[in-house]
Design a protein around this ligand. Structure first.
Ligand code: NAD
Length: 499
């Protein structure tokens, strides 16, 4: 079978020169290589940055009306082609089609938010702050900004950043994951069709060398990164050392606390949906259930029963709930945690290794796995596994549950399941996590709030998308102005005081 080539998008068109390096792109449900993706070297990144730099001044000066015309047109094109984009996500990532469609829907919400940019960029105005003097604030774009995204949301995460960055008047170089690169190219082509001028959005494919060049390039003013915590830390430290504004979102270990008064059917449905959706490859996946006595036995039984009913298979086949993992290497890494959990003494309540699969034998499969009686010192608890492995920790009280969550170095998302409003309110106040669900297992904020974790789940001050995104992609300027009037009082060397 012949394989296609996926290349960069620079200056408004596909890049067509020879690339020194390239990588395999797989269909995870069959295990076959479906394309080769070019991996950019520093010179190719420089080309993309130069194209963005050249496009920036005219785009910065484009009126808000011109910018929103492009964004509204892009929203319509994306909506019209959303099934195609979802199919691309499934073909390269492996998540089932309905899940991919959900990802694209959430991406659309971010685009719709950016369509409201005229309102979001409004500054303040104080008339007569001093006699005859007005003070007002402006938000202006930064210049060329870089976006580096992970494999697990190849459409949504780029669109967390690109619409806001562009709406604010910046030019963008997007470096998507090399594991599932095609979604980014369709997004760039749709923006071009929507009327975005050449060079305002560029896509370079690649791996560490491409990211490191973006981090060091003097013309790149800011970096939005999403990925694993060790790389997020590297991106934050290197980018800020080179004088850039950086927001670097990292990994997660998300706990779902189930209190004794919770509805256990609701909690079990939620734990299975949030633990195994997208095969656990979500930064907001629930990977730990904290069962507060006495709910443990009943909850584990309900979760296990639901897991056994899940249909694992090729995401394009109707009725499949969970697809394969993204690569063979990642599947093997997740499998190694099943061995580790057994070796460390956790109780294997459901063994995903023997789960039936509705797909080709060479796909990167691992069925949903449940460990009970997990302890905080075990590697299956400490590490982000990023696969279909759910751990249950048993504790004796609310306070013990809270201590477990707060002692964890990650702080991306968490949820509490209870029918006690007072307990839920206490939890949302006391828990040291950036996004909290109350009887909602995956509390990803809507597009008009902002997304971000605490502790090792985010480096930098700014959360992603929503109002924080607009702030991240702009810098403020405050103007103090006076138009000459007859009362101006001549030379005065004293520090300006307001009168
Ligand atoms: P990753 O860290 O391996 O890669 C992320 C990006 O960084 C990719 O574009 C990749 O090419 C690049 N990269 C990889 N290694 C690099 C290096 N050494 N130096 C510079 N760049 C490098 O992450 P992934 O496996 O693609 O994605 C999964 C991870 O992303 C998980 O840890 C998950 O929790 C996290 N994630 C976090 C969020 C969030 O919002 N906090 C959202 C989605 C995913």
């Amino acid at each position: 079978m012949s394989t296609g080539r996926i290349s960069h998008w620079i200056g408004g068109k596909p890049w067509d020169r020879d690339s020194a390096r390239s990588g395999d792109v797989h269909d995870p449900a069959t295990g076959r290589v479906t394309a080769r993706v070019d991996l950019a070297d520093a010179a190719t990144v420089d080309e993309a940055v130069a194209a963005a730099r050249e496009a920036f001044p005219r785009w910065r000066d484009a009126s808000l009306a011109q910018r929103t015309t492009v964004l509204f047109a892009f929203r319509e094109l994306l909506n019209a082609r959303k099934d195609e984009l979802a199919a691309i996500v499934t073909a390269e990532h492996g998540k089932v089609l309905s899940d991919a469609a959900g990802e694209v829907q959430r991406a659309l919400e971010s685009v719709e938010f950016a369509c409201g940019i005229p309102h979001l960029l409004k500054g303040g105005f104080s008339e007569n702050a001093s006699t005859g003097v007005d003070v007002y604030s402006l938000r202006q774009p930064l210049g060329v900004v870089g976006v580096v995204s992970p494999f697990n949301f190849p459409a949504m995460v780029p669109l967390w950043f690109v619409p806001n960055a562009i709406a604010c008047g910046n030019a963008v170089v997007l470096k998507p994951s090399e594991k599932d690169p095609s979604a980014a190219n369709l997004i760039a082509a749709l923006f071009a069709e929507a009327g975005l001028p050449d060079g305002v959005l560029n896509v370079v494919h690649g791996d560490k060398p491409a990211v490191d060049r973006l981090l060091e390039h003097p013309d790149v003013k800011a970096i939005s990164f999403v990925g694993s915590t060790p790389v997020a830390r590297h991106v934050y430290e290197t980018g800020t050392r080179h004088g850039k504004r950086v927001q670097a979102l990292g990994g997660a270990k998300n706990h779902m606390v189930v209190l004794p008064d919770a509805d256990l059917d609701l909690a079990a449905d939620a734990a299975v949906s949030a633990g195994f959706g997208s095969a656990g490859e979500r930064c907001m996946a629930i990977s730990v259930v904290v069962a507060v006595d006495p709910v443990g036995d009943e909850l584990v039984a309900k979760v296990a029963e639901r897991i056994r009913a899940l249909r694992v298979g090729d995401g394009r086949r109707p009725g499949c709930d969970m697809g394969p993992l993204v690569t063979a290497a990642h599947r093997d890494r997740v499998l190694s945690y099943v061995d580790a959990g057994l070796a460390e003494g956790a109780a294997l309540a459901v063994d995903g290794r023997s789960h039936p699969v509705d797909g080709e034998a060479d796909g990167f499969w691992l069925g949903p796995t449940l460990f009970d009686h997990v302890r905080p010192d075990m590697s299956i608890y400490r590490d982000e596994i990023f696969g279909p492995v759910l751990s249950v920790l048993r504790v004796t009280s609310y306070d013990e549950a809270l201590d477990v969550v707060n002692a964890n170095p990650y702080g991306n998302g968490t949820a509490v399941f209870t029918n006690d409003g007072g307990a839920a309110r206490r939890f949302q106040h006391e828990v040291e996590v950036g996004m909290v669900g109350v009887n909602v297992p995956i509390p990803v904020p809507v597009a008009y709030y902002s997304f971000g974790g605490w502790k090792d789940s985010l480096f930098g001050d700014s959360h992603a998308y929503g109002p924080d995104g607009v702030h991240f992609f702009t810098r403020t300027k405050v103007v103090t102005g006076r138009w000459l009037d007859p009362s101006h009082g001549g030379v005065n060397l004293g520090f300006p005081r307001n009168t």
